[in-house]
Structure formats: structure tokens, C-alpha cells
Ligand binder design. Structure first.
Ligand SMILES: *Cc1c(COP(=O)(O)O)cnc(C)c1O
Length: 373
């Protein structure tokens, strides 16, 4: 196909002075990357530019390709993951852009329990005969390595949603590359503060920016980030031609949310650690899935799916809602969704830890759990 995207923004240099600072930590980059160049009375934050079209003479000219506001967000996301970022109107739009680049009949290896929307989409493409799909337990490294032979794309999610399985990223990436396969890592659960797959050799990182990166449950957005300049242009071409560009307002909100990523992740992770430890001894909980890090956990309710539903209906501080990664703590029984994978237990409740007081969160959750026993 012909990609319509032009070379990287000429305006990219505006931020280069800030992001080409390899010594700066991701916590700092989340705050400083993507700001306009300094100067007397220059704004500290990038402007929201609500324009679909731009005066002729530049390399772009139309907002499906580029806008000053999305450019700033892309600079920041690229700096955090260590590559070139392209933002999309949702995480699923980003996922589909990547899948759209596969040649007909491509062999794709993916986790058995991958994010629901991605799993359904992969199965659709396989049933339509457009790809060959092989699913694997992503935490079973020997079977991932075995499945990589002859593959075109290894799709990794780690930790997985909602089973919290962890992949051995270096081993899986090396095996995929040895077979000539590309590797995508969905890094939504970890965020670039806790895991940077591109530095481990992955070709592409996927984010649902909807979740932790924007962090306030007030927008939908996705991103793909890669170190491969040619691939980045092909990805940008997918956004242009599939039409999945985010609005300038949402890019502004996402960048504003991103500024506090480090403190939000630190607090959410501390809450997750503390509460999963306390949950381990609770008689209403038959299993706690928590990798020991991150802001998401899943618990299995001893009383079964009905008891899990009663838990979700009785909490008062926790919010019974789907999604994750926001400042507010959310929980839901994943199998309430008909399309959720059958490998997810019926009694599994996913917990997304927000930044509220740990004692208030525990008081609310534990009193609802106590009522089940
Ligand atoms: C939510 C999610 C997605 C999809 O992102 P949307 O922004 O909802 O389209 C993809 N992967 C993971 C791991 C997710 O949690």
C-alpha cells in the first residue's frame, strides 16, 4: 500500500531539546516532555488547537495526519517509552491499526486471555481467514517460544487483563525475533514507569491511553510507539487512512493527566500492595492474583459469581464500573461481559486501585466482603 504520511513533523524539533536527555528519568519526562520551546511569554503548556485544517505550505495540513496538540502528546508518550508515538482515538483503534498492517494469511501468536476486545477481534480475523491465530499461555515461556516458529507477529500483554499473567519479555522477544516475527507489547497495565518493552527489544508498544496514562476516566485514546522509523510512518499512515484520530481537546486532557502519572502510579501501587496483602487472609476470597507490582489485581470470590455480584453492588466508595487506571478505585466481575474469555473464572472480580486513602478503601471493601461470609 501507499502510505500518505509525510516525514515526521518539522515541528518535532520544538520539543527535541527537552526529550533528548537520556539521563532524565521517566518520572521527570512525564512532567517535562511535550512542552513548547521556552521564550519570553511562551506558554508553559502546548495550546489546544481545534483546527481540522491548516494553511498550506507545511508538510501536513490536515488534522488526521497531525495537529499541534496531538504532536505534543506524541512527543511526551514517545519520550516515556523511548520511541516514536502515534496516538489514536482509542486503544482498540491503535490495536486495529497494527493488525491492518499484517499481510493476508499472517501468523499471529497471542495470549489465550488477552484484553477482551483484542481477543474478539483476533478471533474475527481468524474466522474470516485473514490471519492464522495461535493462542498461548503467555506465562508459559517454552510454549510461547515453540509457537513463535513461523510466526509474523507475537502479540504480548503483560501483565494480562484480567488474569495478571506475566510474560518473560526478553525470552519471548528473542524467540520471536529469531523466527523473524515482530513483537507488540500491550503495556497498558504496567505504564512506561514500571516496564519499558522497547528497551527490552520489543518492536511496538500499545497503550490504551484511556487508562493509566490519562488517568481520570474522562476520555478514550490509544497509542502505538516504536523505535522503527519506517514502521512509525506506516502506523501513522494507518491513522490517516482508517481515520482514527483523537480530538485536540482529548489530547490536551491526556497530556494534562500524564503530568501526574508518577505520583498516581506510586499511590495506586501502594494501595494495591497493601490491600492485596490484607485480602489474602479474607475468608470470602478464595484467590488473589497480584504480580507484586502494578495498580491492578483480581480476586476470586469463594461464594461464586452471585456473591461476586453482591460484592460489586454493595461497595460504596469503590465504584462498580468497567475500565481501570483512573484516580478512582473501580471493580467489576469480568464475566458479566458475554464476550469475555471463558478462561476467566466466573467469580473473578478485577480491582483497579485509585489514589484514595488505603484505610477508606479497605474499610469499604472488607465490610462488603464480610457481609458475604
Ligand atoms: C482497555 C484496554 C484496551 C483497549 O483500549 P480502549 O481505549 O478501551 O479502546 C487494550 N488493552 C488493554 C490491556 C486494555 O485494558
Amino acid at each position: 500500500m501507499t502510505d500518505t504520511s509525510a516525514p515526521r513533523s518539522v515541528d518535532g524539533h520544538r520539543y527535541a531539546a527537552l526529550v533528548n536527555q537520556p539521563s532524565w528519568s521517566p518520572e521527570t519526562l512525564a512532567v517535562v516532555a511535550g512542552r513548547p520551546a521556552p521564550g519570553p511569554d511562551a506558554p508553559v503548556n502546548p495550546p489546544i488547537v481545534p483546527a481540522s485544517t491548516f494553511h498550506a505550505g507545511g508538510p501536513f495540513g490536515y488534522a488526521r495526519e497531525w495537529s499541534p496538540t496531538s504532536d505534543a502528546l506524541e512527543e511526551a508518550l514517545g519520550a516515556l517509552e523511548g520511541g516514536s508515538a502515534v496516538v489514536f482515538s482509542s486503544g482498540m483503534a491503535a490495536a486495529n491499526a497494527m493488525l491492518d498492517l499484517l499481510p493476508p494469511g499472517a501468523r499471529v501468536v497471542a495470549p489465550t486471555a488477552v484484553y477482551t476486545g483484542v481477543g474478539v477481534r483476533l478471533r474475527e480475523l481468524a474466522e474470516d481467514g485473514r490471519i492464522h491465530l495461535q493462542t498461548v499461555e503467555i506465562d508459559d515461556t517454552p510454549s510461547v517460544i515453540h509457537a513463535c516458529a513461523g510466526a509474523d507477529l507475537l502479540w504480548i500483554e503483560s501483565p494480562t487483563n484480567p488474569l495478571l499473567q506475566e510474560a518473560d519479555l526478553p525470552a519471548c522477544i528473542a524467540a520471536a525475533h529469531a523466527s523473524g516475527a515482530r513483537v507488540l507489547v500491550d503495556n497498558t497495565f504496567a505504564t512506561p514507569l514500571l516496564q519499558q518493552p522497547l528497551t527490552l527489544g520489543a518492536d511496538v508498544v500499545l497503550h490504551s491511553v484511556t487508562k493509566g496514562l490519562s488517568g481520570h476516566s474522562d476520555l478514550l485514546m490509544g497509542a502505538l510507539v516504536t523505535t522503527d522509523a519506517g514502521l512509525a510512518e506506516r502506523i501513522r499512515g494507518r491513522r490517516v487512512l482508517l481515520g482514527a484520530a483523537p480530538s485536540a481537546f482529548d489530547c490536551y486532557l491526556a497530556l494534562r493527566g500524564l503530568r501526574t502519572l508518577a505520583v498516581r502510579v506510586e499511590r495506586s501501587q501502594a494501595n494495591a500492595r497493601e490491600i492485596t496483602e490484607r485480602l489474602a487472609g479474607h475468608p470470602a476470597v478464595s484467590r488473589v492474583r497480584y504480580p507484586g507490582w502494578g495498580t491492578i489485581a483480581s480476586i476470586e470470590i469463594a461464594g461464586g459469581p452471585d456473591a461476586a455480584d453482591r460484592l460489586c453492588d454493595s461497595v460504596r466508595l469503590w465504584i462498580h464500573a468497567t475500565s481501570l487506571g483512573g484516580v478512582e478505585s473501580l471493580l467489576e466481575r469480568r464475566r458479566r461481559w458475554p464476550l469475555e474469555s471463558a478462561v476467566v473464572p466466573e467469580n473473578l472480580v478485577r480491582l483497579s486501585f485509585g489514589i484514595e486513602s488505603v484505610d477508606d478503601l479497605w474499610q469499604d471493601l472488607s465490610s462488603s466482603l464480610d457481609a458475604l461470609t
